[in-house]
Design a protein around this ligand. Structure first.
Ligand code: NCD
Ligand code: ZN
Length: 369
């Protein structure tokens, strides 16, 4: 019996077969093991603290390169990959998929080496100064055209932090301005370049990706599907809801939820789980990032359930990302159970603690171990 057939039989046995329908009364959901196509795991003791949570839920993850200093060369990436493998719980089959951090000085030769390494799956673009650890980022995207040319001909995906950094542009408009000023010209210069617009946060980004050719896709985080910017200000200033790109108006959340749950393969899961120690979040100038690796799938399940679209979670979480990256889909499965539980106030993190998104609040789904 193939793993797929076994999975279908399990679904029938547990009453979660597709033909029974995914509906609001469903108490259990079994899907092919998912992947996280946008993840920050840091390094050293922080890496050891956060990696097990992701390895428990996901088979693979695209690992962000914004370390200090960033992962700029294939050698850096291979060394970082080994540190990740060394930090995995014994017996874990989790596979880190590595990325390089694009700088003004990245060479086309490094792109070729990256593609040939077998382990570097994408190149990440951060505009200089856009977000956490982005000081080495690109100062002018047109400086990288030779690199994009190489990526386009090899087929190596470009992952975009799609925000402008101009201080005069309102922070809530920075994604839309990036699309108009940089992304549309980039796509017309390199129409075949494979691009993932990461962690999209606006209706205009969703619309852009929908209308773009099939080599352009997007990831969406759980926080942008569940919360609008009101969450940052509910009853006071809430630093654990602050990430970049920042949460937007409710109408944008609704637009993102619509495309995520539409079954369109251009939109897939990328948590952007970005751990920051409690003392660096709860301070006068707090770092950007939400920690969601602990309960990522449960958060997504809640979002999909709210749209009456649990049947679309498997494609979003387990198929479309792998297809875009031209990697095989996973064969194992995971199960979520309908069960209330309270997110811990904090989890262990070096020299401090780590506060997960929605700490101390209720969850409706639980990952079955
Ligand atoms: C990320 C981080 O902390 O590394 N923060 C975030 O708010 N998303 C960086 C990033 O992806 O922008
Ligand atoms: Zn990120």
């Amino acid at each position: 019996m193939s793993p797929r057939q076994r999975q279908i039989l399990t679904r029938i046995a547990t009453g979660t077969a597709r033909r029974a329908g995914y509906n609001q009364r469903m108490s259990e959901l079994t899907i092919t093991r998912p992947d996280d196509w946008h993840l920050h795991v840091r390094d050293g003791d922080a890496l050891k603290a956060v990696l097990p949570a992701t390895a428990c839920q996901f088979a693979r993850a695209i690992i962000m390169p914004n370390l200090k200093p960033p992962v700029r060369t294939v050698d850096d990436a291979l060394e970082y990959r080994q540190r990740i493998l060394d930090a995995l719980p014994i017996g874990s089959a989790f596979e880190p998929l590595m990325t390089l951090y694009l700088t003004d000085n990245t060479s086309p030769e490094e792109i070729v080496r990256a593609a040939m390494s077998g382990h570097v799956k994408a190149i990440k673009y951060y505009p200089a100064g856009a977000t956490t650890n982005s000081d080495f980022g690109v100062t002018d995207i047109r400086k990288c055209d030779a690199v994009f040319e190489a990526m386009q001909s090899i087929g190596l995906p470009l992952l975009l932090h799609g925000e402008v950094t101009d201080a005069e542009v309102d922070i809530f408009d920075r994604e839309q301005v990036f699309i108009e000023k940089h992304l549309i010209p980039l796509v017309s210069r390199f129409p075949k370049l494979r691009i993932v617009l990461e962690h999209i946060t606006t209706a205009s980004a969703a619309k852009f990706v929908l209308a773009a050719s099939e080599n352009i896709a997007a990831t969406i985080t759980p926080q942008h599907l569940l919360y609008s910017r009101n969450a940052i200000f509910k009853g006071g200033l809430r630093p654990h809801f602050y990430c970049l790109p920042v949460l937007k108006r409710e109408e944008h959340r609704v637009a993102l939820l619509k495309v995520a749950t539409s079954g369109n393969p251009k939109f897939f899961l990328g948590t952007d789980s970005a751990p920051h120690a409690r003392n660096t979040k709860e301070t006068s100038c707090c770092g950007a990032g939400c920690y969601t690796a602990l309960h990522a799938l449960e958060l997504y399940a809640e979002a999909f359930e709210s749209a009456g679209a649990l049947d679309k979670l498997e494609g979003f979480a387990s198929f479309y990302g792998a297809d875009f990256y031209r990697l095989p889909r996973n064969t194992g499965s995971i199960t979520l159970k309908k069960e209330n539980w309270t997110v811990p106030e904090e989890v262990t993190f070096p020299n401090s603690a780590l506060v997960p998104l929605r700490a101390g609040e209720q969850m409706r789904w639980r990952f079955a171990l």
